[in-house]
Ligand binder design. Structure first.
Ligand SMILES: NC(=O)c1ccc[n+]([C@@H]2O[C@H](COP(=O)([O-])OP(=O)(O)OC[C@H]3O[C@@H](n4cnc5c(N)ncnc54)[C@H](O)[C@@H]3O)[C@@H](O)[C@H]2O)c1
Length: 319
């Protein structure tokens, strides 16, 4: 397959690009390196466009290369940045997506081919506070941050392209993804931050009472979900949620439990400091993954195994 990975220099996009290259696909990456790193782009890519998804070059690439698959990971990923600067968030997360989709649409019009788009959303931010957990795809949506609003709106745009322009599009709604190469700024950034603090002997800072929960899913399991929905028969249905798949474990882990487990993995404790809870973040979150499991997917890496791999990577890359 001829595949484009936007955000392929990022934490998750880089792992996804690796998997396509390993499978023998012709892989292109578009990334502006705003948070991504050249080292995350696999050596075997056919092309790397160092540019924004908002650029004319990225749009032109989508038009001329007529990709079989566009895997859209590029994004402004920091919830707190979106609260401070919603315009910047929406520029990348909505207009950037539209620019890519318009390029894809032009390419399809000219070649008569077809393109599947795998879009990345967030199950940690599109659902409302207080929905039943583990949360199913059809649950009430009520994002509490501009980042969540943009992620949900992106899904609605994709729905439009699917219905009016025949684009094959599916969305993955990730839980909190963690693993080697992760940075402190993403949705599961706490794993990297705690790991770095344990390594440097500083106390762990906990926002709120530490009993807030997240669903942590290992990046290798997320990569397998990407490979699967890129090839599975397109779901049928009439509404947005019919084309969306949660990617998580269904398990809830509190910040306290995460800290305990990381301290065990690190073999050390450095104390804890408490600060006020942050704006724009849900208190509890976990995702039901029955829809993805029905395609044959299941998470394989436990929280502890994943934390060992992640902590080990952070320790080794710091030394
Ligand atoms: N990490 C998580 O827990 C999590 C959870 C839910 C959803 N997601 C989504 O997964 C995707 C990847 O996130 P990540 O955690 O790997 O973060 P990341 O910051 O490592 O990756 C994002 C990539 O997009 C690139 N990028 C940003 N703006 C761009 C632009 N305008 N043009 C081109 N490239 C641009 C960055 O340079 C980076 O390489 C994002 O869409 C994010 O919203 C992540």
């Amino acid at each position: 397959m001829k595949v484009l990975v936007t955000g392929g220099a990022g934490f998750i996009g880089g792992h996804v690009a690796d998997a396509y290259v390993a499978r023998g696909d012709e892989v292109w990456v578009v990334d502006d390196l705003s948070t991504g790193k050249p080292a995350n782009v696999p050596a075997g890519v056919a092309g790397f466009l160092h540019a924004s998804v908002l650029s004319a070059e990225a749009r032109e690439l989508c038009r001329t290369e007529a990709f079989d698959l566009v895997n859209h990971h590029a994004a402004q990923v920091d919830v707190r940045v979106s609260v401070v600067d919603p315009v910047r968030d929406a520029s990348t997360n909505l207009l950037g997506l539209l620019n890519i989709l318009e390029g894809v649409r032009d390419g399809i019009r000219e070649t008569g081919g077809s393109t599947r788009v795998v879009n990345v959303s967030s199950g940690g931010v599109v659902y409302g506070e207080g929905v039943p957990r583990p949360t199913v795809e059809t649950a009430h949506k009520l994002p509490v941050s501009p980042y969540g609003v943009a992620k949900l709106t992106a899904e609605v745009y994709l729905d439009y392209y699917r219905r009016l322009h025949g684009l094959e599009a599916v969305t993955l709604r990730y839980a909190n993804v963690f693993g080697p190469r992760q940075d402190p700024h993403g949705e599961a950034g706490v794993v990297a931050i705690f790991s770095q603090r344990l390594l440097s002997g500083e106390p762990l800072t906990i926002f709120g009472d530490g009993e807030q929960t997240r669903d942590y899913v290992f990046v290798g399991d997320v990569v397998r979900a990407n490979l699967m929905v890129g090839e599975a028969p397109l779901p049928t249905g009439a509404v947005l949620d019919d084309f969306a798949f949660n990617v998580g474990t269904g398990a809830e882990t509190s910040v306290h439990r995460l800290a305990d487990t990381l301290e065990q993995v690190a073999g050390t404790g450095t104390g804890r400091i408490y600060r006020d809870a942050r704006l724009g973040e849900l208190r509890y979150s976990s995702l039901d993954t029955e829809r993805l499991r029905s395609l044959g997917w299941a998470p394989r890496v436990s929280l502890e195994e994943g934390l060992r791999a992640t902590f080990g990577w952070i320790r080794d890359s710091a030394s």
